[in-house]
Design a protein around this ligand. Structure first.
Ligand SMILES: Nc1ncnc2c1ncn2[C@@H]1O[C@H](COP(=O)(O)OP(=O)(O)OP(=O)(O)O)[C@@H](O)[C@H]1O
Ligand SMILES: [Mg+2]
Length: 336
């Protein structure tokens, strides 16, 4: 079976000279949840706009189910649904009326629409709220309504641009359940952009990391973490003044050792933390050092980004910065 989405050296330079997308080559398999990750301004929305025929590429090519997005945009549009980064629901209308508009825009007759609208309302748990004005919906309900609008014409591929922006962590977790259901029970291919790395890690089958309009890496979240980042082991002794570095540096498999500033702990970078723990315990034992604790830490996608670009994956807007710091810690700077 051919790819659900494919691109070849896709690019877009805006009038005025901004090269928003420089070189994007990817292939998304049918039924995949594919993440397109990158910091603000990386070119995510521009790429999605080209894939969904809203914007014309300036170079390269893209296909949706084998159909060229520039040559046959109308055929592409019939096969895809799109949920935009910014809210598009008309809050003066009810949920159901919003879906009627979406169905009409997608070429469904009122007769075809009615059962479809009933179905998507139920699938997104909006049946009870269907006849209320969208202005009374919570942020999470509005996003669900926009998904319902995006799938009312039964597309085989759904594009989501930052679908959980502005939702609280609980709202986001709930939201992803609906996306999993769409893929799991209805076979919809999902292409989404997000800057919540941790969520992408849990949700996506594969992902590409984008920076400055270029794809830096593509793979499953675990493959990316295994090839591009390292595990960490943090060792604490009963005597924090004791310098462990001479003992740990000599051990097999050690990539780097550093004292954690002001903490009395020592951090060791290794390829695989699990097999290193007994080695540390034995070595300290032999040197007469009493261990208070040993903690292991698997790399995050944040560290993958750091190791590829030499800088932290940071958000300067929408208040996400703090969340990143909390989710990924701040002490790890093993970039190459
Ligand atoms: N219409 C436009 N004209 C000129 N430059 C643009 C236009 N739209 C976007 N850009 C620029 O192109 C680059 C990529 O923008 P894009 O919106 O694709 O990024 P993004 O990854 O979606 O970012 P965000 O995470 O903030 O949504 C940015 O430098 C942006 O300023
Ligand atoms: Mg964007």
């Amino acid at each position: 079976m051919s790819d659900a989405i494919g691109t070849e050296a896709l690019g877009k330079t805006y009038p005025g000279g901004v090269e928003a997308v420089a070189d994007v080559t990817l292939s998304v398999r049918p039924g995949e949840i594919y993440g397109f990750l990158g910091p603000n301004g990386a070119g995510k929305t521009t790429t999605i706009s080209m894939l969904t025929t809203l914007l014309r590429p300036t170079h390269g090519a893209a296909w949706v189910e084998g159909i060229d997005v520039t040559l046959r945009p109308e055929e592409v549009r019939r096969r895809i649904g799109l949920v935009f980064q910014r809210s598009t629901a008309d809050e003066t209308l009810t949920g159901r009326e919003n879906l009627e508009v979406a169905a009409g825009l997608n070429g469904l007759s009122p007769r075809e629409s009615r059962p479809r609208i009933r179905e998507v309302l139920s699938r997104l748990d909006l049946t009870d709220a269907a006849d209320r004005k969208a202005s009374t919906y919570s942020g999470g309900m509005l996003r669900r309504l926009e998904i319902a609008a995006g799938i009312v014409h039964d597309p085989s591929i759904l594009f989501l641009d930052e679908p959980t922006l502005g939702l609280d962590p609980q709202g986001r977790a709930g939201f992803w359940e609906y996306i999993r259901d769409l893929r799991g029970n209805h076979g919809v291919t999902i292409f989404l952009t997000t800057h919540y790395l941790e969520e992408a890690d849990r949700l996506c089958d594969r992902l590409s990391i984008l920076d400055h309009g270029k794809v830096l890496a593509t793979g499953t979240p675990s493959a990316l973490k295994e090839t591009l980042a390292r595990d960490a082991v943090v060792v604490r002794t009963s005597d924090p003044s004791r310098d462990l570095r001479p003992v740990l540096e000599r051990l097999p498999g050690v990539l780097a050792v550093e004292a954690v500033p002001g903490d009395g702990a020592t951090r060791v970078e290794v390829v695989r933390a699990e097999s290193f723990v007994p080695v540390v315990v034995r070595a300290c034992d032999a040197a007469g050092i009493e261990i208070a604790s040993v903690a292991t830490r698997k790399p995050s996608l944040d560290e993958v980004f750091l190791s590829m670009t030499g800088r932290e994956y940071r958000e300067e807007s929408e208040g996400n910065h703090r969340e990143f710091a909390a989710a990924f810690g701040s002490g790890r700077h093993g970039g190459r």
